[in-house]
Ligand binder design. Structure first.
Ligand code: ATR
Length: 275
């Protein structure tokens, strides 16, 4: 029987999830379909009821519903409970289970390029929803994290949350400092760069061994990543993270490994032809 999956959010027109998952279904010969639905904020409860009634096996959840969907679900996995946000829902025997693959997807994508996290330190720029998921996933791996944010109080709040989960964290304002000499992994989690604008702080003098990540992938290389490259750092945009959050959602829904090479090829083809 054909399985049905979807992604819900608003805006949703540019989501690459359908293309990525459909490429995976084609690769393994799975009879399944993945659709995208624009769901406005006030319609979320009805949309969830509808997806359940229509027999969807699962769906992804994106902005602005990652937190507000929680009251409509029956259970949360520990990952979703910890992040306070859901990006993946599975309908299992009529029960809706909320999960979060954003943090682990980030961890997998970065580890693929920089190896084990042991003994390494991370600096996170930004303290919003995206930063929180990433911070908690890194802290779980034992990485000490310095959170820097334009509003220092939000950085401090995130550092406290990391500590409450047993992680090591400190906080500060968005400024350069001694961390430039010590950082192993620098992650830019804010929306600065989406319009091609440059970042408020300069990376001049950052140690070239640092791995620098920007979770944006459109544009393919933000001015922030361009500057990191100029400093000799290895860089990574947000597309590998997107791939891995999708692969982990696939595993959660289907219980099998996702065909990541084919899913990656489909993403690359699309991004290269849309820029
Ligand atoms: P998301 O859930 O996508 O992370 P968010 O929760 O609205 O979005 O968080 C946005 C983040 O980007 C915040 O860390 C914000 O900093 P403030 O807390 O100081 O607002 C950061 N941000 C947005 N625009 C920024 C800018 N022009 N310069 C620096 N930081 C910016």
């Amino acid at each position: 029987m054909e399985k049905h999956f979807a992604v819900i959010g608003d805006p949703i027109a540019h989501s690459l999830s359908p293309l990525m998952h459909m490429a995976g279904y084609g690769a393994v010969g799975l009879e399944a379909e993945y659709q995208r639905f624009r769901v406005k904020t006030g319609d979320l409860g009805d949309a969830v009821k509808g997806l359940r009634a229509l027999g969807f096996s699962g769906w992804n959840v994106t902005i602005p519903h990652k937190e507000s969907i929680i009251p409509y679900l029956d259970e949360l996995t520990p990952e979703a409970a910890r992040a306070g946000a859901v990006n993946t829902v599975k309908c299992s025997n009529g029960k809706l289970i909320g999960h979060n693959t954003d943090g682990a997807g980030f961890g997998r994508s970065v580890q693929e390029y920089m190896g084990a996290f042991t003994g390494k330190t991370a600096v996170l720029l930004g303290a919003g929803g995206a930063a929180k998921g990433i911070a908690l996933a890194l802290a779980e791996q034992g990485m000490p994290i310095l959170v820097l944010n334009r509003s220092v109080d939000k950085a401090e709040e995130l550092a406290r949350q990391i500590q409450a989960h047993g992680g090591k964290a400190s906080a500060g304002g968005l400024q350069i400092g001694a961390w430039l000499d010590h950082v192993d992994l620098l992650v830019q989690t804010t929306s600065v760069g989406l319009q091609g604008e440059s970042y408020p702080i300069s990376l001049q003098g950052i140690r070239p061994e640092a791995m620098v990540v920007d979770i944006i992938y459109r544009p393919w290389e933000t001015p922030f990543l361009q500057e990191a490259k100029t400093q000799g750092c290895q860089t990574l945009n947000g597309l590998p993270m997107f791939l891995h959050q999708g692969g982990l959602a696939w595993e959660f829904w289907l219980g099998t490994k996702a065909p990541l090479p084919q899913m990656w090829a489909a993403l690359l083809h699309e991004v290269e032809h849309s820029d």
